[in-house]
Design a protein around this ligand. Structure first.
Ligand code: UDP
Ligand code: UDP
Length: 453
């Protein structure tokens, strides 16, 4: 006979970077509203200031959530430079992975005993053995698209992916090799390749894989996962409105749907030359724009003054119709602002799902990682235009201002994108609303915890 537990206790274990932390945070109100008790295990210290600020905001807004810190040994990875990556976030994944053994006593000391752990995808291979030995169900949260998940789960078993033009994964449409994250095609080992390969393999032993996606956008991919563990589409997870800051006075003064918002997410730095060409292109496009500039991958390292980065002359030209900032803006506030009409995005999965949630059409300029695979998805559903010939990875080819201006005008001049974005927004909200596919999946999952002993 099954017993019931009306207040299951779930621990969440996010990894490094806002793109990995944010979807975990968005799960919290959804779970607490079903009387789920939550403990969040936060790797400490965080790599970026934005992560530490988001966490403070989270624990202030949800005092009922318990915080446990996983203390990381720093400085990281000096012993094995061969596995180091150019990307500090992938290196931080590796440090957290190597600290996973610290979890065992932490997990078993929590009270009441846990019903399950939800673990970031980058930690699957080191955390699953621990939860297995504790006989604790472990759900992996995959923080990108279902299409990307197909690559993640299969990559370790591919035979020489570098040698082919397309990556063939049974049940899925082939993926062009040129869309594959570049570190995966390196001969040398690197932190991304290690986590991708090892976690993709080990995830099959998890209790389930949660994905921040939904059926009407990725139904084909979701159907194609037909072996265990179950892939559970629970998105698009609604953004949470925190109280923090926001100096958006400039946006308040702009006409409705007139502003192009330009941002490359939380961890993508653009070369100085490209920053200048982008600024030139935005000015030449004649559109109003709100442009967030990032010069360093990690915000803590970013000390250059805005004017030194883009130069006095460009700064003056921006003033005609634009606003450029170098600080963190709350993207949720920007995308939900009535003045914002379009989004030039680097195609991080959170950014794309947020723009879909707010019905904002996109100009897609993927930079690295999963972003080309994500861009393709958004282009197919008709909500964005992908500038396919523009730079990728550390490509040194700078896209010129004139070309950027032309493309911005072309994209923003096409009203079909806006019409389609409104339809897709509607579908997304239905998926997550009562009776929608993602709503049902999440409720089933919570019910399953309530029915477990
Ligand atoms: N974000 C933000 N303000 C910024 C930059 C990023 O609020 O100035 C948020 C954005 O809304 C998203 C997350 O940070 O939720 C970035 O995740 P995404 O997957 O889009 O890209 P990543 O930064 O991981 O490349
Ligand atoms: N501006 C900007 N980024 C900033 C500050 C200012 O792009 O960080 C531009 C923007 O176009 C704004 C204009 O400068 O509308 C005027 O800014 P503000 O009134 O704040 O100060 P000012 O530069 O005139 O002293």
């Amino acid at each position: 006979m099954s017993t019931s537990n009306l207040n299951p206790h779930i621990a969440l274990l996010p990894s490094a970077g806002m793109g990995h932390l944010t979807p975990f945070i968005r799960l919290i109100p959804l779970l607490t509203s079903h009387n789920v008790k939550i403990t969040v295990i936060t790797p400490h210290p965080t790599l970026s200031i934005s992560e530490s600020e988001s966490l403070s905001e989270l624990f202030t807004s949800f005092p009922q959530v318990t915080r446990k810190q996983l203390h990381l040994p720093l400085p990281p990875l000096d012993d094995e430079p061969s596995s180091k990556s150019q990307d500090p976030f992938y290196n931080r994944f590796e440090v957290i992975r190597r600290s996973s053994h610290l979890l065992s006593p932490l997990l078993s000391s929590l009270s009441p005993p846990l019903s399950a752990l939800i673990t970031d995808m980058s930690l699957a291979s080191t955390v699953i053995p621990i939860t297995n030995s504790l006989q604790l169900p472990n759900y992996i949260f995959f923080t990108s698209s279902a299409k990307m998940l197909s690559l993640f789960l299969s990559f370790h078993a591919l035979d020489d992916p570098k040698a082919k033009d397309f990556i063939e994964i049974s049940g899925f449409e082939p993926i062009p090799k040129s869309w594959i994250p570049l570190p995966l095609l390196d001969d040398a080992n690197n932190a991304m390749k290690i986590y991708f390969t090892e976690c993709g393999k080990k995830m099959k032993e998890s209790s389930g894989i949660l994905v921040n996606t939904y059926e009407s956008i990725e139904g084909e991919s979701l159907k194609a996962f037909n072996s265990l563990p179950p892939v559970i589409a629970i998105g698009p997870l609604p953004p949470i409105k925190f109280e923090r800051n926001k100096s958006l006075a400039w946006l308040d003064d702009q006409p409705a749907e007139s502003v192009l918002y330009v941002s490359f997410g939380s961890r993508t730095a653009i070369s100085r030359e490209q920053i200048k060409a982008l600024g030139d292109g935005l000015v030449k496009s004649g559109k109003r724009f709100l442009w967030v500039v990032k010069d360093k991958k990690v915000d803590r390292d970013d000390e250059t003054e805005l004017v030194d980065l883009i130069g006095e002359e460009l700064m003056e030209r921006v003033k005609e119709k634009g606003m450029v900032v170098k600080n963190w803006l709350n993207q949720e506030e920007v995308l939900s602002h009535p003045a914002v009409g379009w989004f030039l995005s680097h195609c991080g999965w959170n950014s794309l799902t947020e723009a879909i949630w707010h019905g904002v059409p996109m100009l897609l300029w993927p930079q690295h990682g999963d972003q080309k695979i994500n861009a393709d998805l958004v282009e197919r559903i008709g909500v964005g235009m992908w500038a396919k010939s523009w730079g990728w990875g550390d490509s040194v080819v700078v896209v010129k201002g004139d070309e950027i201006a032309d493309t911005v005008r072309e994209m923003t001049g096409n009203e079909l994108f806006r019409l389609r974005a409104a339809q897709v927004q509607d579908d997304a909200r239905k998926a997550f609303g009562e009776g929608g596919s993602s709503y049902d999946r999440l409720n089933d999952l919570i019910d399953s915890w309530k029915c477990s002993p």
